[in-house]
Design a protein around this ligand. Structure first.
Ligand code: IPM
Ligand code: MN
Length: 353
């Protein structure tokens, strides 16, 4: 029987409770589809930092490299300085493990979850391919004359040919694997001329993929388009910072932060799976957070690990519960965190194999 070694970082806020439900579903899928999981749980997050002043010790970080995958709950807590734990855990995982693809599917399952008028599941089914290792995110901020009226703050938007080429290639390949074979480049090369690197590489590579129909949108127009005609977007590729922003917008189109999941990939190597949402500290411990985003991330993880049937079963269980109305609403507090976990566990356990 195949064993997958998975590191688990439950993290802050609602992280631990959504991960608890996620792991119940993971175990149910393992039982049903005949594989094993070997879980190594890590305590890192704000609570751990408050107790020990340790963000992410090097030996624990190094040990992740021998795992098959990493599951992350949520990170962020107002008791820590802004960005310290986010950059020290999520940032370090993405950058130091070179997880260069951030894959964020946006798929509406039932129109009652969509805030847009008259949009149906046929209109909202896209994948955002977000670059995950470059941009302002990884540049050093500088503050000249800090605290004075002459202060100058900077953090450059920096893109390399290699970093840009690989993410655009991944996006073309992703588009090739989908029925529509349509790819939209999102940048802001009219104002941020450095991003013309994206525009140029995209145009050049489109010659290698003649079957892929392409489009180009500046990020402001892309936001407008995602609301006005989301059906015009199939696969989109964009920079790290813009990808962060447009995928929160996208999450709302599919029903909110309670369902949006992402995969941070270094294809062929240990990769990270997480919800798109944050730690939602106000809801922590109240059994009101929606665990579906984390469970969707687990489905993406199973797919990555080669457990295709298990991945499809988890995805299908969620779809069936949402479409049938057994999960009535995605509003916070409408269902208990554990109640949704139980529904999905039961649905996965009932799948015929
Ligand atoms: C995300 C998050 C992170 C990001 C934060 C926590 C640094 O918002 O995964 O989208 O900006 O990438
Ligand atoms: Mn974000």
């Amino acid at each position: 029987m195949k064993t997958h070694r998975i590191a688990v970082i439950a993290g802050d806020g609602i992280g631990p409770e959504v991960v608890t439900q996620g792991l119940r579903v993971l175990h149910a899928a393992a039982d049903r589809f005949g594989f094993q999981v070997d879980l190594i749980e890590h305590p890192f997050g704000t609570e751990h930092w408050l107790k020990t002043e340790e963000v992410f010790p090097d030996d624990a970080f190094e040990a992740l490299k021998s795992m098959d995958a990493i599951l992350l709950g949520a990170i962020g807590d107002p008791r820590a300085p802004v960005g310290l734990i986010e950059r020290g855990i999520i940032g370090r995982l993405r950058w130091d493990l070179d997880l260069w693809v951030n894959l964020r599917p946006i798929k509406l399952l039932d129109e009652r979850f969509c805030p847009l008028k008259d949009k149906t599941p046929a209109d909202i089914d896209m994948v955002v391919v977000r670059e995950n290792t470059e941009d302002a995110y990884v540049q050093k901020p500088t503050f000249e004359n800090e605290g004075t009226t002459d202060e100058i703050a900077s953090q450059p938007m920096l893109y390399t040919y290699k970093g840009t080429e690989r993410i655009i290639r991944y996006a073309f390949e992703t588009a090739m694997g989908r029925p529509r074979k349509h790819l939209t480049l999102i940048d802001k090369a009219n104002a941020v001329r450095a991003q013309s690197l994206y525009t140029r590489i995209f145009a050049e590579m489109s010659k290698e993929f003649p079957e892929v129909e392409t489009a180009h949108l500046y990020v402001d127009a892309a936001c407008m388009r995602m609301v006005e005609s989301p059906e015009s977007i199939d696969v989109a590729v964009t920079t790290n910072l813009f990808g962060d922003i447009v995928t929160d917008l996208g999450a709302m189109l599919q029903g909110g932060m309670g369902v949006a999941a992402s995969a941070n990939l270094r294809p062929g190597e240990v990769s990270l799976f997480e919800s798109v949402h944050g730690s939602f500290p106000q809801a922590a411990g109240k059994n009101i957070a929606n665990p579906i985003a984390t469970i969707n991330a687990i489905s993406m993880m199973l797919d990555y690990l080669g457990e295709k049937e298990a991945a499809a079963a988890v995805e299908g269980a969620i779809a069936q519960l949402l479409i049938s109305g057994q999960i009535r609403s995605l509003e916070v507090g409408e269902h208990g965190t554990d109640e949704i976990g139980t529904m999905i566990v039961e649905a996965v356990s009932a799948v015929a194999v």
